[in-house]
Design a binder for this molecule. Sequence first.
Ligand SMILES: *Cc1c(COP(=O)(O)O)cnc(C)c1O
Length: 432
Amino acid sequence: MKFISTRGSGPVNLDSALRKGIASDGGLYLPTQLPTFGLDDFENASDIGSVAGVLLRPYFEGSDLASEMQQILAETYSFPIPATPIQSADSKLSMLELYHGPTAAFKDVGAGFLAACLSRLEGDVDAPLTILVATSGDTGGAVAAAFDQRPGMRVAVLFPDGRVSKRQEHQLCCWSDNVISLKVQGAFDDCQALVKAAMADPKLSSTHRFSSANSINIGRLLPQSTYYADASLRHFRRTGNKPGFIIPTGNLGNGFACVMARAMGLPIGPIVLATNSNRTIADYFETNEWAPRESLQTLASAMDVGNPSNMERLREWGGDAKDLRAQLAVTSVSDEQIKAAIKQDFTEFGFATCPHTATATHAWRQLDPEVRQQDWILVATAHPAKFETIVEPLIGEPVPLPAGLADILSRPASAISIQPDLTSLAAALTDN
Ligand SMILES: *Cc1c(COP(=O)(O)O)cnc(C)c1O
């Protein structure tokens, strides 16, 4: 399989696409041709790891990793990813629980796959590869967990001091010696600018062998298509109906992965993207005008994206707004609606949802009654216990910690404080 940039450069094989992350022309990698599958192809695939084995095999053709694919997938799918029917609602409604990984958000799957691949391609105990990641919360934790204790690999996580939740901060700072947690005296934008500046600095980058684990890396996208494949196959086998998916959306990686799965022939019905009040995608669908803007802060903070980068992939592939409207719907959900949905989910469904997941449950309730009665799978992108300061006051009771999260929060945590400049970053990387 070859991959080509949305801006034309390439083609390259999987290994180069994984190593580079972003193409040299600034574009994002897409497969030159999507493999397609029939239901028979998955006849013997009884769990998500084996579904992934069928779905992802063509992408490994021509890769040095081909012979290690099974082991890579075993490392990636090391926790359950169930679609649980919602009993109290219509029996045709399920919740796809993507939060059973080490850091209790869906990013664990993509980060785990990328770590399993990159450590095999680039791991070197004598001169470790250093993954630089700027984070506003969830990404850094998932990347740190995925690379923790991998020989020949280091991670430097940069986060803005005082701007991530307490539990998120703990998840960024509780790893082994190969993860360096850097508390930057600045905002998220400063962290991002520092990563860019470090990677562009010839001396620093040759000393430390920098790489990024950015969400636009094709290695984070590909494995995400497997949870839509697995959930839709299970649902279709059980009911004979193609389920629709409603997906909390920020940078559009998860939503695009679902679009890919449907295009590969999986039994997937309508796809609805639920965003928070960052309306860039919703406005584009309405007006046909692509107008990226500054992001707004919302309760669903992991979706606070004003310039969703995967839109470049979707537009390359799916056409303009008119074409896209035929394939996808978009609902923008305000903070007030998120709060109301968290309350209603708790009383109606009997469980708490996180603020991101609540955009999907709100979007589902907004559907025309007739459409709402069809088969839907709502996507739960994080565990509510990660956002307990928002969720608990709304439902009026504590959200129990899942075991994995409790384990992480019980570990000792520490971070190095740095100024938002290259000299401080360089010193921290050299001394630690
Ligand atoms: C990252 C994230 C999202 C947004 O996913 P995208 O792939 O960027 O659209 C939604 N919910 C949670 C909890 C996240 O961490």
